[in-house]
Design a protein around this ligand. Sequence first.
Ligand code: RBF
Length: 168
Amino acid sequence: MASRDASPSIVNLPDGSSYTFGIVVAQWNAAITNALLEGAKQTLLQAGVSETNIEVLYVPGSFELPWGARQIMKPGKKDAVICLGCIIQGETKHDDYIATAVAAGIMQLGLMSGVPVIFGVLTTNDEQQAQERAGGTHGNKGSEAAATALQMAVIRTGDTLTKKRIGY
Ligand code: RBF
């Protein structure tokens, strides 16, 4: 399949030097989630985010991501929280239950807290599809999640990107 560019630009990143981010990483399928984490960190650093303004919290599995996100946004201020996980389809329907719960939990937390919570969770049919999206032929979805977090941090604090888009 031809490659698509449906995700936010990771070329024109906003200046991230004034922002603080939390990254919550599920340890199930750790080789994949660690690759997502590397992609996310690299993109934040590339945007000028200081290493000391990136806090990382590991949780056991994707199901625990919303709880971890709530925990990491408590102390101090976070401009956005990125959730990274990898849910691979098995013989039973566990993947559906977990993915649905995580997506809903992440959305709910973002709306309730006012802090953008970014869904960087792969939901794939097999490990190969996951590898392709964690630094393979389909890019790195951790990097894309970080680009989204940067955009949301800018939008939330009310400034240039939004104003530019509406023509100020
Ligand atoms: N967590 C993931 O992040 N990815 C998975 O693919 C995954 N598969 C699971 C399969 C089963 C049958 C179970 C019971 C759990 C799985 N989990 C997975 C872990 C889940 O997110 C959570 O950590 C545990 O259910 C404990 O709440």
